[in-house]
Every structure is written in C-alpha cells, then in structure tokens.
Design a protein around this ligand. Sequence first.
Ligand code: ZN
Length: 251
Amino acid sequence: MTEGKCHICGNHGPLTKEHVPPKKAFNECPMLNFGVDPTATKAAGELRFGMKSRTQGHYRPTLCRECNNRTGAKYGQEYVQFAKCVAECRIPPGDFGAVSFDGRPAAVAKQALACLCSTSGPGFSEQNPLVRKLILSRDYRCKPPDVSLYFYKRVLPGGHHTGVAGGLDLQSGSTRVITETSQWPIGWVLSWSDNPIPRLTNVTHWLEMEYKQTGARGLTVHCLWTCTGLPLDYRTPDEVIRDAAVSAERH
Ligand SMILES: [Zn+2]
C-alpha cells in the first residue's frame, strides 16, 4: 500500500484509493489517464508524460482510511444523487438550463472540496485550513474569505484535474488562482477570488448551509466544453482550432 501524507487531514501513513469523484457518480468506467509520469520525470530530470489505463474509473492513493471512509459515508450518497440530477438535465453543448436538487447541498459541496483536495496535492488542505475543517466536520459551515466554489456541466465524457493553477478567463481577460477537477457530468472550480467567473454556477453559499437543509431549486447551469484540459478553458472545438490557426500564423 502507498504511504504518504493524507490530502485532507495531513497525517502521514498508508493511503487508500480515493475515487474522484465517488465511484457511483459515473466514475466506474475503464479510462486512460494522461499526465506527468513522476518516475520517468525523476529519472530524466525533466518533465515526462505518460499514459495509464484504469479499469474502474479515476482514483488516486490520496486519503488515509479514516478520511476516505468519513467522506464516502457522509457525503458520497448525496453527491451521487446530485450527479444524477445534472446528468439527466438535457442541456445542449454551449447552452444553459435549469437543474433542481432535492438532497443536501452542504454534503455535495463538502464532497466537491474533498475531490479538490485529492487532486490538488498534499499541501492544499494545510494551506486552506477552513476547507479542511469544512470537510472533516459535517456540521461546520462557513465561507472561507476570498474563496468561491463553482460548478458546470461537462459536454465531453471523461474528466480533467488542473491542481492549483493560474487560470485565464478568455472572455474577460482576467487571471485568477484556481483549482479545477471534473468528471462527466460535473466540473468543479475553487477560486481564490470573489470575482464571478462567467458561465459557472456559484454555489459558495452551500458551504454556509446547515448540513440537514435540503433543496436547491432552479440552478442555472451551463454545459461547457473542456477540449484542452487547461484551467478555465471552455472554448468550443471550433474556437480552439481557430485560435491555434491564428497562433500558427503569428509564429
Ligand atoms: Zn486523513
């Protein structure tokens, strides 16, 4: 079993496989993972990429058993129900529609934070103690200063995870620090800014809701492309091809 630092509580020890997002939230299909190969990178002394096949969805050895069980048991079921609501809402690519959810929004938001911790490295929760506390305590609720949580519906199957990165909003030209993780049908973005991100649904207030409170009606949700896997890049395939052609002309 892999040993290391748990991405939520920060304790060092054996790490269990954490499905990101929960397995039943459309994360149990075979898939190919493309990303930095840490072993090859270390051996070569420069960035090397590699491909790994997964037979049961996307998972990582990121959480200690206690944190894995804690998040799975408390928040996982609610998250699965929310993912089904988003999946069943028919929104044409690039368009928007309305999603309603009868379950517990606070549980969904806490699971989303757990997913973002898993994909953002072991130092993430340490540097964001209120995010850690929101996950570890079911009844704790707050809005961490200058932190906003958003989601969107993915057009494309599969998923992507940016880790903590600088994101450029291509529509407004503004930059911000974010971390993003997605797996069809949902993408999550945590932004260290209260400036709204165009087209993303702001659900930061879910972090302040009582755990037992139910219902989120009529959420406006955009169905966005994630062709490049870059943070906050929701250009359509035509826009990506057009921009690539313009860039090639300049060089
Ligand atoms: Zn832990």
